[in-house]
Design a protein around this ligand. Sequence first.
Ligand SMILES: Nc1ncnc2c1ncn2[C@@H]1O[C@H](COP(=O)(O)OP(=O)(O)OP(=O)(O)O)[C@@H](O)[C@H]1O
Ligand SMILES: [Mg+2]
Length: 562
Amino acid sequence: MQTRHRLTNQVSEEQQTQYTLRELKALSKIGEALGAPLELASIAHRVMEILYQEMGMRRGTLALIEEETGDIVIQVALGLSDKERRKGRYRPGDGIIGRAVAENRPIVVPNVGREPDFLDRTGARAGIAKADLAFIAVPLKFKGKVLGALTADRVFDDKTVPLDEDLRVLTTVAALFGQAVELHRIHESERRALQVQADNLEKQLKARFRLDDVVGNSPRMEEVYEAVAQVAGSRATVLLRGESGTGKELIARAIHANSPRARGPFLKVNCAALPETLLESELFGHEKGAFTGATGARKGRFELADGGTIFLDEIGDISLTTQVKLLRVLQEMAFERVGGSQTIHVDVRVVTATHRDLEARIPEGRFREDLYYRLNVVPIFLPPLRERKDDIPLLAEHFRRRFCRENEKEVAFSEEAVWELTRHDWPGNVRELENVVERLVVMSPAGAVSGDTVARLLRLMPAPQEAPRAPRAERAVTAEAPRPAPAAAADRSLKAGVEAIEREQILAALERCGWVQARAARLLGITPRMIGYKIRKYGLAPSDPAVLPVSRARDEAPDDAP
Ligand SMILES: Nc1ncnc2c1ncn2[C@@H]1O[C@H](COP(=O)(O)OP(=O)(O)OP(=O)(O)O)[C@@H](O)[C@H]1O
Ligand SMILES: [Mg+2]
């Protein structure tokens, strides 16, 4: 058993009583702390605090055996900095802490200055007169199994404290603590197991719900993802709305890919690209001799899509006769081939899309109301790109990578290039951005694309009114205005407003900083390079000609400055 250390045997009875009282008070407080519903580290910290406040024990530490390595690692330490604490790692048998654990017994060092085994690995006692410093380490156990150690320092400024009393207190605390540590360990391993389960579940869900090709994390796109996730599993008819190039087809494919029919076929029919009779034969098939040139029977897309999904694009453009036939398919999943009399039954999920204002076409008699309600079971709106500009850098990067790979060259976008892309309104939406990025990658020499190159290319793009709203093949039949003019005007004035604010802010920052660009940039939270670029873009110059704009050496050349 442990040798009894008594620093002084001149402890009076009164001192002994005082000590016992303090001890009882400390133990009762510690008992309370151990029962608190807190993390183990917080509890340990509180216990060390009590030992310090009530008993004057300093630099209390809790060291636990790490399961993976078997090392004894200081987890919590009072009076040790984080840096010092992290150095506290011992092998069993190593130093006093290591010995207390390996030998499963308390160890008291009455004078650490004279103890070669005392490592002070944390360095917490460097520069302290070690002659008057005692150190106690007691093993932390639960049901006989050693879990770690509890330690404390004691400075013997008053020579009245019996060290063996300290040892007794610490041993009692360690016994109480062992139980708490074990309970927390069990709790922690249960929590970890649950976390693993949750992670696996999430992985499984993600594997089932794949939107890999769809880029964007703006709140507007999050809404789209949520809607897709909700409808993918069902057979509900989906109507995708949104301007040209917003990703309607991409989402239609995502719905199919995430549905139970993913292994079945996905067939797309562009309803605007074909005249009425051809469209009907395309959708429902035809029998031999149904019309001139029908030399043999042919299956339609609905038959071919059996067990899968059919995507009817530009649904707003179909004739009233075809609308009637479509309505019947949607209601009964049954139809006849053109020129045939045999009813064919299929199991097809229908996803449709249009950029047209269907609601406006109903009173005009161009779209059947009953079909509208059949199609509009679940509408999903794809927002125009100008309403989710925060997605532009992400999309640009996605396309840049793809076109670099396809063209086997390495072209990067400068910060200014991305800024120019974000400033643009993109009337042709994601498709237009995709085309611009492709052109930039193909045209630019390897290296970084400048903001000016992007600005030049965007100036050459058709103005919003003339921008093609649909791919070439569909343009002939897509004669409607791309977007109501007032909305376009409002967009433009918003853009102008935002730019005016930005210009003002930059000007104010420059004036505050005496036109020292680097300082103004810091003030605005942008890079000096970017501020140089914006100064040129907005044509900013000091009102007092005596003030010379100061830019960093690597900024634009002075003769470039306004
Ligand atoms: N969120 C997105 N992430 C990545 N690529 C996108 C995204 N949205 C659209 N695209 C790409 O932009 C192009 C246009 O998308 P899509 O064909 O789906 O648009 P659309 O709404 O069907 O247009 P239209 O009405 O003109 O047919 C496609 O190449 C598509 O891959
Ligand atoms: Mg499309």
